[in-house]
Design a protein around this ligand. Structure first.
Ligand SMILES: Cc1ncc(COP(=O)(O)O)c(C=O)c1O
Length: 407
C-alpha cells in the first residue's frame, strides 16, 4: 500500500486547518518523529494536552489494562473508572459534583446550560451571560458565540442571544455592566487563545464579589490552564478566587479525549434527569487514563517541578530576547507562556510556527502576534535547552521592518 502523506490532507480532509508539511508518526516524552524519521522537540504538547508527554509508560499501562476490560457502557450503566475520577476531582477541588463530557467545548456547553437553567429556575428574565473580548471557550455554536472573537461565530446564521462581551481586565467596564439579569460570568483565568493574557487578581476579586452581589454564577474555563499547567492543579488555587463552576479538559486525559464540568451540590441539583447528557461522557477508557494523569499531576513534588521548569523556560526566552530583541513581552504562568512579537517583526506567529517546524521544534500561536509555549509538564532540562537552541536559530532570520527597507 502507498504511504499516506500530507498531500492526502488536501485531497480527503475538510479544508479548515493548514497543517505542517510533514506527518508525525510517533512520540516519546517531549519529542515526536515524522515519517522521514526526523525528530522534533515538542513545545506544543498537542495544544496544552499531552501534559505527561508522549506515550508515558504509566498511561500506556492504564490504557492497555482498561482496553482489555471495558471500553464503553454509556451513562445508563455506570462504570468504576468514572466513579473514581469523580471522586478524585471532587476531593482535589472546591467541587462536589462532576459532569463528564469529551472535550473542552462540551464541558463549557454544560457549564453555560446549567448556569442558564439555574437562573431561569429563579427568574426567566435572568439569562444574560457576560464573557470577554478574545476569550475562547470552544467551537460548538453556543460556546463559540460566548467566545470573544466574533469572526469565529459570524456567518453561521442567528447566534444564541443574551451574551455580552466586555474588555478583559477592565474592572470599571465590568462594574457598570453586571446587573441582576446577569446569570453567569465566564472567563479563562489566563486567556490562552487570546494571547496568553493573565487576569489580574484585582479583576478576579472584583468579579467574584459582584457575582455574589448580583447572584450570578462565576464560571472559570480552566480547559487550558487546568491539570497542573500553571503550577497548581487548577489556576484558581493560586489566584485567591473560587468559582461556582469550573471546566476542565485538554490535559485531563493526557492526550485521551475527555472533558468535565465541576460544580457545587446546590448548582448541580439543577441538572435533573433528562436535562443534559452525553453518550460518551464518562467513558471508562478516558476516565481510567484521567485517573492516572491526576494521580501523577496532583502531587506537590510534581507541581513544584512545573514551577521550576517554568523559571528555566522564562529565563531561556529572556536570554534569546536579549540577543534578538524579537519579543515585546514574555508573559504567562507555569508552563503556559506567551511571547508577543515586537512591533517591527513583519512575519506573523503562523509564519514563525512554520520556521520553527523546519527547525524541528513544535510550537503554537496564541493570536496573530503571540508565540505560545505549552510543553509537556514533565519536560526535562535537556529538551528545554535543545528546543530553545532550535527556537533561537529559527527566529534569528526573522523579517523585520528595517530588513524590508534594505531590500
Ligand atoms: C480555554 C479553552 N476553552 C475551551 C476550549 C475548547 O476545547 P476543545 O477544543 O477540547 O473543545 C479550548 C481549546 O483550545 C480552550 O483553550
Amino acid at each position: 500500500m502507498k504511504q499516506i502523506n500530507r498531500v492526502h490532507f488536501d485531497e480527503f480532509h475538510t479544508p479548515n486547518y493548514t497543517p505542517q508539511d510533514k506527518v508525525i508518526v510517533s512520540g516519546m516524552g517531549s519529542y515526536v518523529i515524522d515519517q522521514d524519521g526526523e525528530e522534533y522537540v515538542d513545545f506544543a504538547a498537542g495544544i496544552a494536552v499531552n501534559c505527561l508527554g508522549h506515550c508515558h509508560p504509566e498511561l500506556i499501562k492504564t490504557l492497555n489494562k482498561q482496553s482489555a476490560k471495558l471500553w464503553h457502557t454509556s451513562n445508563i450503566f455506570i462504570n468504576e473508572p468514572v466513579l473514581e475520577l469523580a471522586r478524585q476531582l471532587t476531593e482535589s477541588t472546591f467541587a462536589e459534583k462532576v459532569f463528564f463530557a469529551n472535550s473542552g467545548a462540551e464541558a463549557n456547553e454544560a457549564a453555560l446550560k446549567i448556569a442558564r437553567r439555574y437562573a431561569c429556575n429563579q427568574d426567566s428574565q435572568k439569562n444574560e451571560i457576560i464573557a470577554f473580548h478574545k476569550g475562547f471557550h470552544g467551537r460548538t455554536f453556543f460556546t463559540v458565540s460566548v467566545g470573544g472573537k466574533p469572526e469565529y461565530s459570524d456567518g453561521f446564521g442567528p447566534k444564541p442571544a443574551g451574551i455580552k462581551h466586555l474588555p478583559f481586565n477592565d474592572i470599571a467596564a465590568f462594574e457598570s455592566s453586571i446587573t441582576d439579569q446577569t446569570c453567569a460570568v465566564i472567563l479563562e483565568p489566563i486567556q490562552g487563545e487570546g494571547g496568553v493574557v493573565c487576569a489580574t487578581k484585582e479583576f478576579l476579586a472584583s468579579i467574584r464579589s459582584l457575582c455574589d452581589k448580583h447572584n450570578a454564577l462565576l464560571i472559570f474555563d480552566e480547559v487550558q490552564t487546568g491539570v497542573g499547567r500553571t503550577g497548581s492543579l487548577y489556576a484558581y488555587m493560586q489566584l485567591g478566587v473560587v468559582p461556582d463552576i469550573l471546566t476542565t479538559a485538554k490535559g485531563l486525559g493526557g492526550g485521551f479525549p475527555i472533558g468535565a464540568m465541576l460544580t457545587t451540590d446546590a448548582i448541580a441539583s439543577t441538572l435533573t434527569v433528562g436535562t443534559h447528557a452525553s453518550t460518551f461522557g464518562g467513558n471508562p477508557l478516558a476516565a481510567s487514563v484521567a485517573n492516572t494523569v491526576l494521580s501523577i499531576v496532583d502531587n506537590t513534588i510534581f507541581l513544584n517541578a512545573v514551577k521550576e521548569q517554568s523559571k528555566k523556560f522564562f529565563s531561556g526566552l529572556n536570554q534569546i530576547n536579549n540577543r534578538l530583541e524579537i519579543f515585546s513581552e514574555i508573559r504567562g504562568m507555569g508552563l503556559l507562556i506567551g511571547a508577543e512579537l515586537a512591533e517591527d517583526v513583519t512575519e506573523t506567529a503562523q509564519d514563525l510556527i512554520r520556521s520553527c517546524f523546519s527547525n524541528q521544534i513544535l510550537i503554537t500561536a496564541a493570536g496573530p502576534r503571540t508565540l505560545r509555549f505549552c510543553p509537556p509538564l514533565n519536560i526535562e532540562d535537556k529538551a528545554i535547552e535543545e528546543g530553545l537552541k532550535r527556537l533561537e536559530h529559527a527566529l534569528s532570520n526573522v523579517e523585520r521592518e528595517g530588513n524590508l527597507d534594505a531590500i
